[in-house]
Design a protein around this ligand. Structure first.
Ligand SMILES: [Ca+2]
Ligand SMILES: [Ca+2]
Ligand SMILES: [Ca+2]
Ligand SMILES: [Ca+2]
Length: 295
């Protein structure tokens, strides 16, 4: 969008912006992305430019809270923000120069691909979990993903600055031993630890066990088990996931607690479908079990 003033949004002092992306706008005059005041929270203002003051935000008042104002340009002054009368307060903001106020940072937010319009955060961004730790009631980011998540895997979920929450591949925000990403991919709640002991589909395994095996917690036919033991030498058949590790064990006695790892049979990656592990030393019988584990 292009205009003389407030290229992206002109915001009234009584107005507000929450969980918004303001990017790629131009103003001939002041305020490439934003101009005005009001309450601006959990928003990302980046890649905007102005012909005069305030490439990101031409400030006339209000509060900037838990937002990123970065990588904007102004022809005259105030690339990211310009506040001639110090009329606004900044808190938990990521911007340069440091506007003063509590818990602001000036580090580059490390967008995934600003040139391509992707203003989500890279895993090493300082904006991850840099929000107010007291805001723990769940809400949603710009993509509709629940927040706050534990994006730095320190065991404590906290909101990220800006419009996007980072989903760490090994984050477990509710501490229920199931990864956030897996919970989201499988319709479970990454901020509810009680769903790990639930058995959503009534098969022999609870959700926590289905997570370990990467089986479907909503499909009663999908749970980890040996499908068949065939042949001479023995072959053990099961379904595997390419995201988990598998090991074959053998015992001569079902009650024997000393299971032996079959030589050469794991731990190794699964294959995302029907899988088989052989006991190829001329074995014709025995008790077998397959162990599945997280990588
Ligand atoms: Ca977070
Ligand atoms: Ca979890
Ligand atoms: Ca959960
Ligand atoms: Ca299942």
């Amino acid at each position: 969008m292009a205009s003389d003033y407030g290229g992206g949004v002109v915001i009234d002092l009584n107005g507000g912006l929450d969980t918004c992306l303001i990017a790629g706008n131009t103003a001939q005059g002041n305020g490439g992305g934003l101009a005005g005041g009001g309450n601006i929270s959990y928003s990302t203002v980046a890649g905007n430019q102005s012909g005069d003051y305030g490439g990101g935000f031409y400030v006339e008042g209000g509060n900037v809270y838990a937002s990123i104002i970065y990588s904007n340009t102004a022809a005259t002054d105030g690339d990211n923000w310009y506040d001639d009368y110090e009329s606004a307060s900044f808190e938990y903001a990521c911007t340069t120069p440091d506007p003063g106020g509590a818990s602001n940072i000036t580090d580059n937010p490390l967008f995934v691909n600003a040139g391509g319009g992707d203003y989500r955060l890279q895993q090493s961004s300082r904006c991850i979990d840099a929000g107010n730790p007291e805001e723990i009631e769940p809400w949603y980011d710009l993509t509709g993903m629940v927040r706050p998540l534990d994006g730095d895997t320190n065991g404590v979920p906290a909101a990220d600055l800006g419009a996007y929450e980072f989903l760490h591949p090994k984050g477990d925000s509710d501490g229920d031993s199931m990864f956030d990403r897996w919970e989201l991919d499988h319709g479970l709640n990454p901020l509810d630890e009680t769903d790990s002991y639930a058995n959503s589909d009534g098969d022999p395994h609870d959700n926590k066990s289905e997570h370990i095996a990467d089986t479907d917690p909503w499909d009663p036919l999908s749970y980890f088990h040996i499908l068949a033991v065939t042949g001479t030498p023995v072959q053990v058949h099961f379904e595997s996931s390419s995201n988990r590790l598998y090991t074959l064990y053998v015992s001569s006695n079902r009650l024997n607690v000393a299971w032996t790892n079959v030589p050469g049979q794991g731990p190794r990656d699964g294959v995302a479908g029907p899988d088989v592990m052989p006991h190829s030393t001329g074995q014709t019988s025995g008790y077998y079990r397959v162990k599945v584990q997280l990588p």
